[in-house]
Ligand binder design. Structure first.
Ligand SMILES: [Zn+2]
Ligand SMILES: [Zn+2]
Length: 403
C-alpha cells in the first residue's frame, strides 16, 4: 500500500465542501474590495524565497522543499504566497505602470515542519496583496475586508495590531533593544541569543514564556515611533474605531525583516488553543525594491485555511437530495432520464441494480436522501414515477413530464 507523505493530507467531504465554501465567500468579498484573482506557479527559484522571506528565517533555513530539477535549476515549492505575487508584479512590469493593483490568490504552500494539529507540510492559504497605496487607510481597509470574510462565515476572532516603524525610527529603536538585550544575555533563550545578532526585533515574539517575562520590560516600539509613523498608526486606529472593529495593541507583534514596516496585524482565534493565529498581514513598502523592482508601497495579508475550516460554525447548507431506484432492469434507462431532469436542481443518486421497494427505501434512508423515486413495471408503462417524501412520509405518483 502506498500512503500519502507525512503532513500531506487528503481532503474529503465535508472538509472539502467547507474549503469550497470558504474560497467562494473570500473570493466574493475580495472582488467587492477591488481584488482580482492571480494564479502564480507553485514552484519558483529558490533565490526568490532566500531574498524575500530572508536567509535568517526558520522557513528558509530548515523548512523549504528545495531541490535541483533535471535542468540543474535550484528550485523550491513555495513556502508562502507573497514572494511569488511580488515576483510576478515586477516581472510583468506592473511596478512601472503606476496606479493601484490588487490581487488575491489561494492554493497550496509547503513547509517541512513537524506535523501537528492545525499544522501540515502541505497547507493552504488565501492571500491578498495591494500595491501602489502608501496609506494607513489601505491598511485599515485590508483589515476590514478580513473582518467581512470572517463575519460572513461566523468565525470568531480577536484582532491584534502594532506598528513596526520604518527606516527613520527603526535604527534608533533597534540600538536601544540591543542594549537592553546585552544586559539579559544569560537569561534569554538560545534562539533569542541568535536573533539578537541576526534579527533583534524577532526576539519580541519568542514563544518561550521566560523570555516573554523578560521582554515585558524591554523598550516598546510604539513609544519610539517618528511623527510620521505615529500619525499613520493613529489613523489606522481611528478607522477601526469608526467601523466598530475591536482590537488590542500588541507591542510584541513583529515581522522582523527590513522591508516590513509600519502596520502589522494578526487575527487570533480563541478556539484552537494557544498560538493560534488564523490570519496575519501588514505593510511591506520595501519588498518590491528589494526584489529588483521599482519602489512600490504595498500591504497584504494571508489566511491559513486549515485552521479556519475548523472554525466555520455555519455548517453546510442542507440540500434536498434524491435517491433513484428501479424494480427491474428494463426501467433503468427511464430512471437515468428522470434523474437527469432532477439533477438540474438537486443532487441525485441512482442505484443501478434492480431491488425490491423495501430494499430501495432502506438504501435511500441510509443515503440520507430527502426523496426516494422508484420506477417499476407499472410506472414504466404509464410513464410515471413513484415518489416518497422521506421527511413527512407522504407518497404519490407523478408523470415523468411533470417531474
Ligand atoms: Zn527566547
Ligand atoms: Zn517612523
Amino acid at each position: 500500500m502506498i500512503n500519502s507523505l507525512r503532513g500531506m493530507n487528503d481532503m474529503f467531504y465535508p472538509d472539502s465542501a467547507l474549503y469550497e465554501q470558504f474560497i467562494s465567500v473570500a473570493t466574493k468579498v475580495a472582488s467587492r474590495y477591488g481584488y482580482r484573482f492571480l494564479q502564480t506557479p507553485t514552484l519558483e527559484q529558490t533565490s526568490l524565497f532566500k531574498r524575500s522571506v530572508g536567509e535568517s528565517s526558520d522557513i528558509v533555513n530548515k523548512e523549504m522543499y528545495q531541490f535541483t530539477d533535471k535542468g540543474s535549476n535550484d528550485v523550491c515549492l513555495r513556502p508562502e504566497g507573497t514572494a511569488g505575487v511580488v515576483r510576478a508584479f515586477i516581472q510583468h512590469k506592473l511596478d512601472r505602470a503606476g496606479g493601484v493593483h490588487r490581487y488575491f490568490y489561494h492554493g497550496s504552500m509547503f513547509r517541512y515542519e513537524r506535523p501537528q494539529k492545525g499544522r501540515l507540510r502541505e497547507f493552504h492559504q488565501f492571500g491578498i496583496e495591494s500595491f501602489g497605496i502608501e496609506s494607513a487607510y489601505e491598511d485599515a481597509t485590508t483589515i476590514l475586508m478580513l473582518c467581512d470574510i470572517f463575519n460572513e462565515l461566523a468565525i470568531e476572532y480577536t484582532l491584534s495590531i502594532n506598528s513596526i516603524a520604518d527606516e527613520n525610527c527603526m535604527p534608533a529603536y533597534k540600538k536601544m533593544l540591543i542594549e537592553f538585550l546585552e544586559l539579559q544575555n544569560d537569561k534569554i533563550c538560545e534562539d533569542c541569543c541568535k536573533r539578537k545578532k541576526l534579527n533583534p526585533i524577532r526576539v519580541l515574539d519568542c514563544k518561550n514564556s521566560n523570555c516573554q517575562l523578560i521582554y515585558k520590560d524591554a523598550p516598546k516600539l510604539l513609544d519610539h515611533l517618528c511623527d510620521s509613523c505615529n500619525n499613520e498608526f493613529e489613523q489606522l486606529k481611528s478607522i477601526l474605531d469608526d467601523n466598530s472593529i475591536e482590537y488590542k495593541i500588541d507591542t510584541h507583534l513583529v515581522r522582523g525583516l527590513d522591508y516590513y514596516n509600519r502596520t502589522a496585524f494578526e487575527f487570533i482565534s480563541g478556539d484552537i488553543g494557544a498560538q493560534n493565529a488564523i490570519a496575519g498581514g501588514g505593510r511591506y513598502d520595501k519588498l518590491c525594491e528589494h526584489l529588483g523592482g521599482r519602489a512600490t508601497p504595498a500591504v497584504g495579508a494571508a489566511i491559513g485555511l486549515e485552521r479556519v475550516l475548523e472554525l466555520i460554525k455555519l455548517g453546510l447548507e442542507p440540500t434536498q437530495s434524491y435517491y433513484f431506484g428501479a424494480m427491474d432492469s428494463e426501467s433503468i434507462p427511464m430512471l437515468i432520464r428522470a434523474a437527469r431532469i432532477k439533477r438540474a436542481v438537486a443532487p441525485c443518486n441512482i442505484e443501478y441494480r434492480p431491488r425490491s421497494l423495501k430494499a430501495h427505501l432502506k438504501n435511500a434512508d441510509k443515503a440520507n436522501a430527502s426523496y426516494c423515486v422508484i420506477i417499476g413495471e407499472d410506472e414504466r408503462k404509464d410513464a410515471k414515477l413513484w415518489i416518497k417524501n422521506l421527511q413527512d412520509n407522504t407518497q404519490n405518483r407523478v408523470d415523468i413530464d411533470k417531474f
